[in-house]
Design a protein around this ligand. Structure first.
Ligand SMILES: Cc1cc2nc3c(=O)[nH]c(=O)nc-3n(C[C@H](O)[C@H](O)[C@H](O)COP(=O)(O)OP(=O)(O)OC[C@H]3O[C@@H](n4cnc5c(N)ncnc54)[C@H](O)[C@@H]3O)c2cc1C
Length: 398
């Protein structure tokens, strides 16, 4: 039997190990005391491990060739793998979670299957790998015929994925597409500290160099630094890449997407409310629509006195207020950091990888899987989906 060493015992490394153990003598080297640490914090501890809607557009890469990895055949195999290790799904709107509601069930299913399949585990940080003749020498002491690098990206480094895998890949001559945080909050130029803590359903538009690039609807969270929440995470990857390219990035939020999408519609809605509420003050009317801090903020930015009555406002005043509600605009200046990111965009350049096997085209016997590759997924189970799928491909060493 040939020896396979897998560097990193996260989602993709465990999957690769289980797969490779069918034909080989497999060892995982993981720097943490326990395997699957990051899986435990996924989906707020519930682990959204798959999504029924496996649209190719839910995955991104700087190389169009990524569709050779994420394809129907590999998706079907990954789904079957999850069933085969005994995970029982609870499916909500197409999002898969373990029925227990606990991410630990997914970790246990993977680790139990790996151990039952004879996978050995060493807890140690890998700092060097060199190839001598046909063997890989790991940390100057372990010898292996094959190595799979499954060390993750740079997101949430406290879980172990601090980017050392890139250094190992670079030592073998691999090109790394600049890793950037993805699925992360966005920091803005304006000061909205007084609104921190507010959550609302809004429609967010991302503008890059003043051109509309993406629209998302969902719960937006206001923070000291800017915004988070699922729609923000979904636009974050494009926004951060644009900032990295020195482009102008801004967001515009419709704070009442379920009520109006233009000034005319919102103005007549407010007038109906005014009649309905017997000519109350504008702030009393807005307080029925928003958190009071946001009402105050909107009135202040529209230079309208809180006690004004709608029928006493000029058309221009009312239009400005409606404009600000429908186009709550901010300049994005920064991402909220790898520490807070759920994944990494960028990574091992796919042009240097055999996309059918995930073997390096530079070093025979060296494989990659998971977040370290230049593929990232949308929010909704796609990053774990990619971890399972790529782990299965890399683990299929012949
Ligand atoms: C807060 C949060 C929530 C998330 N929620 C979801 C979700 O609900 N659904 C979803 O699909 N995705 C989610 N993700 C993303 C998903 O968890 C990752 O994309 C996925 O775990 C990547 O798998 P991986 O195997 O490539 O890397 P990881 O899971 O990061 O595993 C890499 C492993 O390698 C080890 N390692 C690193 N360097 C070394 C070294 N030098 N030597 C030895 N070991 C090393 C690390 O300790 C780690 O255990 C979330 C991420 C975060 C941070």
């Amino acid at each position: 039997m040939k020896k396979v060493f897998i560097i990193g015992g996260g989602a993709s490394g465990l999957t690769a190990a289980i797969k490779a153990s069918k034909n080989h003598d497999v060892t995982i080297i993981e720097k943490n005391e326990k395997l699957g640490k990051k899986i435990l914090i996924t989906g707020n501890g519930k682990c959204n491990y798959w999504n029924e809607n496996q649209d190719i557009n839910m995955y991104h890469s700087s190389s169009k060739e990524y569709t050779k990895i994420v394809n129907q055949i590999n998706l079907v195999k990954a789904h079957a793998f999850l069933d085969s290790i005994g995970i029982v799904p609870f499916i909500k709107n197409g999002y898969y979670y373990p029925n227990s509601g606990q991410a630990i069930s997914v970790v246990n299913a993977l680790v139990d299957e790996a151990i039952n399949s004879g996978v050995k585990i060493i807890t140690e940080e890998v700092t060097s790998i060199v190839k001598k003749e046909n063997k890989f020498i790991i940390n100057n002491k372990y010898e292996s015929d094959y190595v799979i690098i499954a060390t993750g990206g740079k997101a949430a480094p406290k879980t172990g994925s601090d980017g050392t895998g890139y250094n190992i890949a670079e030592s073998f001559g691999h090109n790394i597409i600049k890793p950037l945080p993805a699925l992360v909050g966005l920091e803005i130029e304006e000061n909205i500290k007084e609104l921190s803590g507010i959550r609302l359903i809004g429609e967010i538009k991302l503008y890059i160099n003043n051109e509309l690039s993406q629209t998302e609807l969902g719960e937006i969270q206001f923070n000291d630094y800017g915004f988070s929440g699922i729609p923000i995470l979904q636009i974050s990857s494009s926004a951060i890449k644009a900032l990295d390219d020195n482009k102008n990035v801004s967001i515009s939020i419709n704070l009442l997407p379920n009520i109006a999408d233009d000034i005319l519609g919102l103005r007549s809605f407010l007038k109906v409310q005014d009649r309905h509420l017997n000519n109350k003050s504008i702030s009393q009317i807005l307080d029925q629509l928003f958190n009071y801090k946001l009402s105050n903020y909107l009135l202040k930015m529209s230079k309208i006195d809180n006690n004004s009555k709608i029928d006493k406002l000029t058309n221009d005043d009312l239009d400005l207020l409606c404009h600000n509600i429908l186009n709550f605009n901010f300049k994005v200046i920064k991402d909220h950091g790898f520490e807070n990111a759920q994944t990494t965009s960028g990574g091992i350049d796919l042009r240097e990888i055999n996309l059918e096997t995930l073997e390096s085209l530079k070093v025979k016997g060296l494989y990659f899987c998971g977040e370290i590759l230049d593929v990232d997924g949308a929010c909704g189970g796609y990053n774990l989906s990619f971890a399972w799928l790529s782990g299965l491909i890399a683990g299929e060493i012949k």
